[in-house]
Design a protein around this ligand. Structure first.
Ligand code: ISE
Length: 334
């Protein structure tokens, strides 16, 4: 079966997925796209030779669309995800599921009412080979209990429209999800430490910042989030366990040696660094949709990450620990 995909919000991330679906993903084709910006719909339709829908509602309702990918702006996700659920169509929604926990809660309610898991949230790091190997070692128990995890999330730069809270709910959300997945535990409280700010970017940001998180069993995790480092997309993670330390290796494929010394090519964005993870993630989703199954992160994962983000944004405004408030996990997501 070829899964016919409708895409809502084909911006930079969406077009990267369209390129993957066209070139490397098996078992899917793009039926059409919709966007709040009509100019973008025209451009994408010309580029990919697909149909343009006048609205996301029309796209979701189309008999030519089996499943939907949502790559629009976070605040627009909730209404479209719920419309997909009500239409009984599987939906892959890029992170964040919703900008705050209340929206994700409404999505979970709609999904439970529909009686089957239809929502997959695009947390791609779970599909990265290095992170997966790290998780396999930690899960095997051979290094004992995990005690502390150090993370670094650095971007070369962000645009001026990037608001102060996005350091947590657009950037740090990746570590928030990855830490829940790596440890298999929920995050119970967070704090934000605010070091000296870079002068090389916008005054409205606290850049860098250190997000500190603690899990149910007391694992302590820090995340240096620095979104204007001026040089590279640099992701690091090191888990300190009782009997060993596991960390992601450097991600370059080759190292060059010449008159200028030894160097490697740095990645500049998430599509370069996590290109392989995106392919695996989207392929698994398409294959699951074709068999009528669910795969990947659930609405519960989107909700739990949003609860930690809500606490993180409050912590960014204060100087203290902020508890993470969340409902008990419904059996539906067990
Ligand atoms: C962006 O939305 C991403 O998802 C990137 O992975 C992250 O590094 C960046 O900071 C975000 O703005």
């Amino acid at each position: 079966m070829t899964v016919r995909i409708g895409m809502i919000g084909p911006g930079g991330m969406g077009q990267a997925h369209l390129d993957r679906i066209r070139t490397v993903i098996a078992g899917a084709e793009i039926t059409g796209v919709s966007d709040i910006a009509p100019d973008n719909v025209r451009t994408v339709c010309e580029k990919y030779g697909v149909r343009g829908f006048d609205s996301s509602a029309e796209l979701i309702a189309s008999p030519d669309v089996d499943a939907v990918m949502i790559c629009s702006y976070g605040p627009a996700h909730e209404a479209d995800v719920i419309a997909c659920i009500e239409a009984g169509k599987p939906v892959f929604c890029e992170k964040p599921l919703t900008p705050d926990a209340a929206g994700s809660l409404r999505i979970m309610e709609a999904e439970q009412k529909a009686g089957r898991r239809l929502v997959t949230v695009g947390f791609m790091r779970r599909f990265d080979r290095s992170y997966s190997e790290m998780k396999a070692i930690l899960d095997s128990g051979e290094v004992g209990e995990t005690l502390v995890i150090h993370n670094r999330h650095r971007n070369p730069g962000v645009p001026e429209r990037y608001t102060w809270d996005m350091a947590i709910n657009d950037t740090g959300i990746h570590e928030i999800d990855t830490m829940r997945w790596l440890t298999g535990e929920e995050i119970v409280r967070v704090r934000v430490d605010k070091p000296k700010k870079t002068t090389r970017r916008f005054e409205h940001l606290q850049d860098p910042l250190i997000l500190i998180m603690e899990t149910t069993s007391g694992i302590w995790m820090d995340d240096e989030i620095f979104v204007n480092n001026q040089h590279s997309y640099d992701i690091q993670c090191e888990a300190v366990a009782e009997l060993g330390t596991i960390r992601l290796s450097d991600q370059h494929a080759v190292e060059r040696t010449g008159v200028l010394g030894r160097h490697n090519v740095l990645t500049m964005d998430h599509n370069q660094r996590f290109g392989g993870a995106f392919v695996t993630e989207v392929q698994q989703w398409i294959s699951a949709v074709a068999c009528g199954e669910h795969t990947g992160s659930t609405s519960w994962d989107g909700y739990a990450a949003a609860c930690v983000c809500d606490a993180g944004v409050r912590a960014l405004e204060s100087d203290t620990w902020v508890p993470v408030e969340m409902i008990d996990k419904p059996d539906f997501y067990a």
